[in-house]
Design a protein around this ligand. Sequence first.
Ligand code: SF4
Length: 648
Amino acid sequence: MTATSKKARTSENISLERVFATGGWLARHLPQYEFRPAQLEMAESVEAALADGRHLIVEAGTGTGKTLAYLVPIIRSGQRVVISTGTKNLQEQLFFKDIPFLKKMFPELRATLMKGRQNYLCRQKLYDMEKQPVLNGVEELSLYTQIRQWEPGTETGDRAELEGLPDTSELWARMDARREACTGQKCAQFERCFITWMHQRAAESDLIIVNHHLFFADLALKQSDYASLLPDYRAVVFDEAHEIEDVATKYFGLQISNYRFEELARDTEGTLKMKGLEAGDVLGAVRGLRRRGELFFELFPASEGRASFEDREGFLEAHRSAYSALANALTRLETELGRLKERPEEVNHLARRAAELREALAFILEGSSRNFVYWWERRGRGMFLEAAPIDVSALLRERLFEKVRTIVLTSATLAVGGRFDFLKRRLGIENTREQILDSHFDYGQQALLYTPLHLPDPRREDFARHAAEEILAILKITRGRAFVLFTSRQQMREVFDRVRARLRFSMLLQGTAPRTVLLERFRRTPHAVLFATNSFWQGVDVQGPQLSAVIIDRLPFAVPTDPVVAARIRCINSDGGSAFEDYQLPEAVLALKQGFGRLIRSEKDRGVLVILDQRLMRKAYGQVFWESLPRYRRTTRLEDVEIFMREY
Ligand code: SF4
């Protein structure tokens, strides 16, 4: 079946209106359903975009019910559509909740859930491991036994089916189906491979549910002519579309790390052992690669952090020999692998990986494209070197918006000052329909936005001290039950330390436990207060009075010293634009909308939003923020917060 040949899978007589109307199909099948005009409007726009082959941008506030508003017209269209979400959680919610529900109306609907390859088991690796299990400790042994027993019966090979498998399991990392170690059609397990099965299911499906990471990884693979995972499709819907510039930037770039070198060395040794091959000089080449890799990555500062690598010429002048030695070590490994008498496909594959790594190393160290920014980053034991496109608009225009017939971009945060100019410019979209739908919530009644004017400018040194006092006063009124969100870790730490001894509510701090664990603790602990940075600004949903305040330390302008941000600023300014107005300000507006968006998640939610940054009121650009935020009730007086909470 092609992406275009299917018939619509519903009783064609049911109009969208009769699906969404009061007393309509949804009302009869969903106990809490309530007619929302914006939801129907969005569904009609999506239907028209699919029918006419046009792109569409829809900002739909929280509570619009946008998932059903795009799912119903997509299914009715009979086209094969890819839905790309911001997170795995949203993917799973669509696949396990919304789609089974809609099957009552569209019984023939076929949908597939696709995640990144690392989520699936590689049968070949498992079988290889059975011959020579190398397991560290009792825990790995028990996990290994669990995986062995699960493998023959699972239909998906998806790690999500394995209870108790830690996110960071090293054992799983040695058994997953990642592309680097996969020999594809030459693999003896290819016909039974979980990736092959997933690909086949997708080719027979009407809906394919992916996340942005998989989507752009796939798009980048198409670019380099490797087999892609996704079959042909007619349209794409990006939910949480505000994230796609960042994700595309990551996948259109190149990255190398000490881990990648170590994995190549480890896999080479493992393959020789597993296949019982005569090693020749390969093991010597592996030792050389390890040593050269260590020496090369030690050349970068030992402290954690991320910094520009723009002065690559200077680096090469000082360290040309270490770089050449590493590149030569890769060439030597490739050559020695090619010299082996017996060369099963796994060996050829390792040689190709060595060549790919050498090319990536050369691109990052010597590449001369002006559209790329280069940086290094040290995280824990990892040392990463990256090259990323400064501007992805041309790439996206050429590979996505001009290739795919209909693309729908939706999220609660896409517009700045009531317009989509920023998004369109950053993503390279032209000729699109646009729609901004009001939220179903009554923000004027449900939320109070408090901006204290007596605090110093957040750029001043004594800001943290004053901010801590203000936060204590607010939390006393709200009786905890708050997210306190920061734009930097350092600021979060400092304020947390100042507040800790004087707060009688349970305090949670980002970084002390995984995100999901912290969130669960927050939900379960009465009056808890969570201190966090960027990873809690979006994709977090806590309904009810347990979250009654969201306090944000300052306007979330991206850090101008970050290499990618700095390169974008330079690029816009040198093209005659204004980086502040065209990039930094709209980015910050969208980030603030996201952060505040954590508070009101249902019609019953009420609470206080606080921004401790007086620039929102005092600077002329504050107006752009005001024009972009929902119509919250506003105040600059703490007494009003008290009154508002008393009414609560
Ligand atoms: S085809 Fe690739 S992922 Fe699948 S079993 Fe074989 S090596 Fe593993």
